[in-house]
Design a protein around this ligand. Structure first.
Ligand code: ADP
Ligand code: FBP
Ligand code: MG
Length: 322
């Protein structure tokens, strides 16, 4: 018998493709197991405001394929305060809700950790395009965001090759270069600039010159926003080499559109896993998949660990883009 009878689910922070699939999985799995389930509107803001509604099977119909989040999301300053967190915990207790599933990024995980410490049984699902949550190979939305960047670079290549130009593409990732790394490797970028690896613009510029001299007809530089602004990198290259790359900032386009099948499947597995963990009496855990295995890791550990950067992939991209 599950000691948890009623749970709530919310999405928080930057939205990501696949959050809807995760909400659907949490709701349908909870209902399948005979639990009551509530959707919290607008993340922690909705929790503080007591903005919750009961969810049934049909309230998550026709959403597995949609980007964004039907529960909407927010960045809620009040929840960063101890008073805000206490208000959120009180709302759940007053409503008799025994467990909460938080779908969000590193900031949302900090909030989930605080709620856990206030005695709320909380499970975190990694929902962010940044892939910056450790103890899971991938976060929900990352695969879709990378696909969008790769598609954009394919298009840029057509025109860049025709004009024998180079292109600087700024992608999202304030503290984590994974979107730049994976999209850069998958699209054959010559240079990948990420916050985790220091770089020297002199070297970037001279490598581009060498590439053009060795017969390359175009050059792609992918820069994670956390490593510098595309415009500044472009200016720096021009000052050093005379090459005039065109700059493209992909921005929030990376957070929209239909989730890939990988993100939908990841979201479905993790949403169901979170519900089963809560029913087993688990709490304060982050759900992830590592090499195909479902794993639950203490949120405390997750929020105090930086996701290791994959230097092997980074070096591979460098070797293959000569
Ligand atoms: N240290 C913290 N303590 C409590 N809540 C936090 C903390 N940091 C962030 N949050 C909550 O999580 C929300 C989402 O965090 P944010 O960093 O904006 O997005 P993400 O979860 O996508 O990383 C914040 O608006 C805030 O309400
Ligand atoms: O939605 P905003 O406020 O423009 O924030 C943009 C940021 O959100 C992200 O898309 C996702 O990051 P978070 O979910 O951690 O906030 C980042 O890549 C980007 O820097
Ligand atoms: Mg974040």
């Amino acid at each position: 018998m599950s000691e948890v009878k009623s749970i709530a689910v919310l999405t928080s922070g930057g939205d990501s493709q696949g959050m809807n699939a995760a909400v659907r999985a949490v709701v349908r799995s909870a209902l399948y197991h005979g639990l009551e389930v509530y959707g919290v509107q607008r993340g922690y803001q909705g929790l503080i405001n007591n903005d919750l509604r009961p969810m049934d099977l049909r309230s998550v119909g026709d959403i597995i394929q949609r980007g964004g989040t039907i529960l909407q999301t927010a960045r809620c300053k009040e929840f960063i305060t101890a008073e805000g967190q206490q208000k959120g915990a009180d709302v759940l207790r007053e409503r008799g809700i025994d467990g909460l599933v938080v779908i969000g990024g590193d900031g949302s995980y900090q909030g989930a950790n605080k709620l856990s410490k206030l005695g709320i049984k909380t499970m975190g699902l990694p929902g962010t395009i940044d892939n910056d949550i450790p103890f899971t190979d991938f976060t929900i939305g990352f695969d879709t965001a990378v696909s969008i960047v790769v598609d954009a670079i394919n298009k840029l290549r057509d025109t860049m090759t025709s004009h024998e130009r180079s292109s600087v593409v700024e992608v999202m990732g304030r503290h984590c270069g994974d979107i730049a790394l994976y999209a850069g490797l998958a699209s054959g970028a010559e240079t990948i600039l990420v916050p985790e690896v220091p770089f020297d613009l002199d070297q970037v510029a001279s490598r581009m010159q060498e590439n053009f001299q060795s017969g390359k007809r175009h050059s792609i530089i992918v820069v994670a926003e956390g490593a510098g602004r595309g415009e500044d990198i472009t200016r720096g290259i021009t000052e050093r080499s005379g090459i005039e790359p065109r700059v493209t900032v992909l921005g929030h386009i990376q957070r929209g559109g239909n989730p890939t099948h990988n993100d939908r499947i990841l979201a479905s597995q993790l949403g169901d896993f979170a519900v089963r963990m809560l029913m087993e009496g688990q709490s304060s855990k982050s759900c992830g998949i590592i090499r195909g295995e479902l794993v639950a890791t203490d949120i405390d550990k997750v929020v105090s660990t930086k996701k290791p950067f994959n230097m092997d992939l980074y070096n591979l991209a460098l070797r293959l883009s000569q």
